[in-house]
Design a protein around this ligand. Structure first.
Ligand code: SF4
Length: 359
């Protein structure tokens, strides 16, 4: 049955739900199929995005997040601009090709201007050579435009769950956490011209296989260019922690995440898919396993070491006590083992995006 299903061109939610529930042998068939599609469509190359978690100050209160505004236990930080620029220089000199600027969600004119300034400075210090992805949450259209004009060309805004019922189980039901606004922001990003990425959490309490199958179809119907998704890892200082007893065992959430990545590669053949850091928090070679089954982007954390421990959206975050170059060295060896090569100095833009805008 699985062989027949995998031959299909268009999958229904039911097909995907069945595939997500497959056992070990069938999962291996899914993984092999996804790896073949990846090699054919985007090649056996992995692109780096040096990740700078510039601040863990956030104005929102997502129920699953360790740096939510309401968590009094979180030690807050905001990296000074010079340290951010030094990290960007490090990414450039290490031929990472691109970086990701990520922070909690702040919407003030001061923050907007600061990001615009940083984007221009990063472009300048890298001779326009570093590609820049930003992940700074929901913002008005004009802010997205200003940052695009300042040099960012990819934006990651995770939907977390495309089922509104589940969305409101993991977010407060209020104006600041409005599902429709999130969708509108994703549309605005596409309109502005960004390579637009989204993603979901896998293994949430209350989440069903049908929800996850729906997430895959959501990404396809939305015509996204990139995806970053990974397992939900509970954080003790969050409201969602009270539902810990509803969770699947962590290794099951991990396997389910690999299946989601593989199925997304099968459903959306030419997009960029990141091997999320959360995979590594569960399995030391979790990201490399994701690369083998369809992912083609990795985000080495280059946040200056002294801040890294404080950017905890979830617990057991890996590499928080190492400096950036330790991370680079260990990654190179691990990626070599997957049989893929690293696209040093390349942007590695989404092939799907190029086709989408020329369509
Ligand atoms: S998930 Fe993002 S927006 Fe929500 S509380 Fe955490 S950092 Fe803020």
């Amino acid at each position: 049955m699985i062989d027949e299903l995998l031959k299909k061109e268009n999958f229904t939610q039911e097909d995907l739900s069945i595939l997500l529930q497959s056992g070990k042998e069938d999962s291996n068939k899914i993984f092999t199929h996804a790896a073949k599609i990846k090699a054919e469509q985007v090649g056996k190359k992995v692109y780096y995005r040096g990740l700078i978690e510039m601040s863990n100050i956030c104005s929102k209160n997502c129920y699953y997040c360790g740096i939510r505004k309401g968590n009094q236990e979180a030690k807050r930080y905001d990296i000074i601009d010079q340290d951010i620029l030094d990290a960007a220089k490090y990414a450039y000199q290490s031929k990472y090709g691109s970086l990701v600027l990520q922070a909690g969600e702040i919407s003030t004119p001061k923050f907007t201007k600061r990001i615009s300034r940083l984007l221009k400075q990063i472009k300048e210090l890298s001779n326009n050579e570093l590609g820049i992805t930003i992940s700074l949450g929901e913002q008005p259209d004009e802010v997205y435009q200003e940052w695009f004009d300042a040099g960012a060309h990819r934006y990651l805004l995770r939907i977390e769950s495309s089922n509104p019922d589940l969305y409101y189980k993991i977010h407060p039901r209020d104006k600041k956490h409005d599902f429709d606004n999130r969708l509108n922001c994703l549309k605005s990003l596409q309109r502005t011209g960004y390579q637009t990425g989204t993603g979901v959490m896998i293994g949430l309490p209350f989440q069903t296989y049908d929800d996850l199958a729906g997430d895959l179809l959501f990404m396809k119907n939305f015509d996204i260019d990139m995806c970053g998704m990974g397992p939900y890892i509970e954080h003790e200082d969050t409201p969602l922690y009270q539902y810990k007893h509803l969770l699947k065992p962590i290794d099951e959430r991990f396997r389910l995440s690999l299946k989601m990545i593989a199925l997304l590669r099968i459903v959306m053949k030419d997009i960029n898919i990141a091997a999320a850091t959360a995979l590594q928090a569960i399995d030391p070679i979790g990201r490399e396993k994701a690369i083998k089954v369809g992912a083609n982007v990795i985000m080495p954390n280059i946040t200056p070491g002294m801040y890294r421990d404080s950017y905890k959206l979830y617990e057991n975050k890996p590499c928080t006590d190492e400096n950036a170059s330790d991370c680079t060295n260990c990654l190179e060896v691990r990626i070599g083992i997957t049989g893929d090569e690293i696209g040093y100095g390349e942007w590695g833009d989404s092939v799907h995006f190029a086709k989408r805008i020329n369509h």
